[in-house]
Design a protein around this ligand. Structure first.
Ligand code: NAP
Length: 255
């Protein structure tokens, strides 16, 4: 029963923000499971470098498809570029995200719009644009998958000056639930992952050792913690999972 339960051979995936941090952890997991993974970020150089490194693993395949997803026209351009290369898409990981922190008195409109545009608007319009590719080849037996990357910040109030970030992550979780209900008719399964603390450029300003005291398991997240959950949700093993909000946070939200 379990043979190939977690394999992704022959599957085509797109990971936004796949050039580093959590997106790169997910990319490597999908590739080592046999998938062909397109990665996108603003830096073409970073995407190419990652693709080169991933292809050296000798499993799956990684292709760089750079673009700035904060602008909807670019979202459409990326979707068009992908549809020129592939007839269908099996897995979409809406991961690219950004944050902004400032005391309430100084919090600028720019810090609100930048975060909401990339974290909420862009995943919605990317999902919309890629629907024909996600529907193509999806079936009741072998549904396509979408994963929204939210955050524990969607429900926790600890990041008190990230005024646009927390609400953006709550919005993406709600969007994931609504898409899950709507798209299941097209054999597309949508779930949301809420990471706790993982090492990345976004969290590099934090003192990880100090943060660990808030994490019951006593450590920050490792690449395999996030990759394992994504592989599960995207493989045959996760084909009965729909509309879930799943924290992967070492118990951070228990408190
Ligand atoms: P990160 O290291 O800063 O990575 C962000 C990724 O998004 C990079 O690949 C970046 O590449 C890309 N990106 C940024 N702006 C973009 C744009 N306008 N267009 C296209 N790509 C863009 O951050 P991370 O921590 O891995 O975060 C990834 C996701 O996980 C985010 O949604 C974040 O909210 C979520 N998350 C992270 C943590 C954590 O502890 N790390 C916890 C909870 C949730 P370029 O800069 O080259 O564009």
């Amino acid at each position: 029963m379990v043979e190939n339960l977690f394999r992704l051979d022959g599957k085509v995936a797109l990971v936004t923000g796949g050039s580093r941090g959590i997106g790169l952890m997910i990319t490597q997991g999908l590739i080592e499971s046999g998938a062909k993974v397109y990665i996108t970020s603003r830096s073409a150089e970073a995407c190419e470098k990652v693709a080169e490194g991933m292809n050296a693993l000798g499993q799956g395949e990684c292709v760089a498809l750079p673009g700035d997803l904060s602008v909807v026209e670019n979202v459409y351009a990326l979707s068009k570029a992908l549809s020129d290369l592939e007839p269908h898409l099996d897995i979409l990981i809406n991961n690219a995200g950004t944050s902004w922190g400032a005391p309430i008195e100084q919090f600028p409109e720019k810090g609100w719009d930048k975060v909401m545009d990339l974290n909420v608007k862009s995943p919605f319009f990317l999902t919309q644009a890629l629907l024909p590719m996600l529907k193509n080849g999806a079936s009741k037996e072998d549904p396509s998958r979408i994963i929204m990357i939210s955050s524990v910040a969607a429900v926790s109030s600890e990041s008190i000056t990230a005024y646009s970030y927390g609400p953006s992550k709550a919005a993406i979780a709600q969007l994931g639930k609504m898409l899950a209900r709507d798209l299941v008719k097209d054999h597309i399964l949508v779930n949301t992952i809420a990471p706790g603390l993982f090492e990345s450029k976004m969290t590099a300003y934090m003192d990880y050792d100090a943060e660990v005291k808030n994490i019951p398991v006593g450590r920050i997240g490792r690449p395999e913690d996030i990759a394992g959950l994504v592989i599960y949700l995207c493989s045959k093993a996760g084909s009965y999972m729909l509309g879930n909000y799943i924290p992967v946070d070492g118990g951070h939200l228990i408190r």
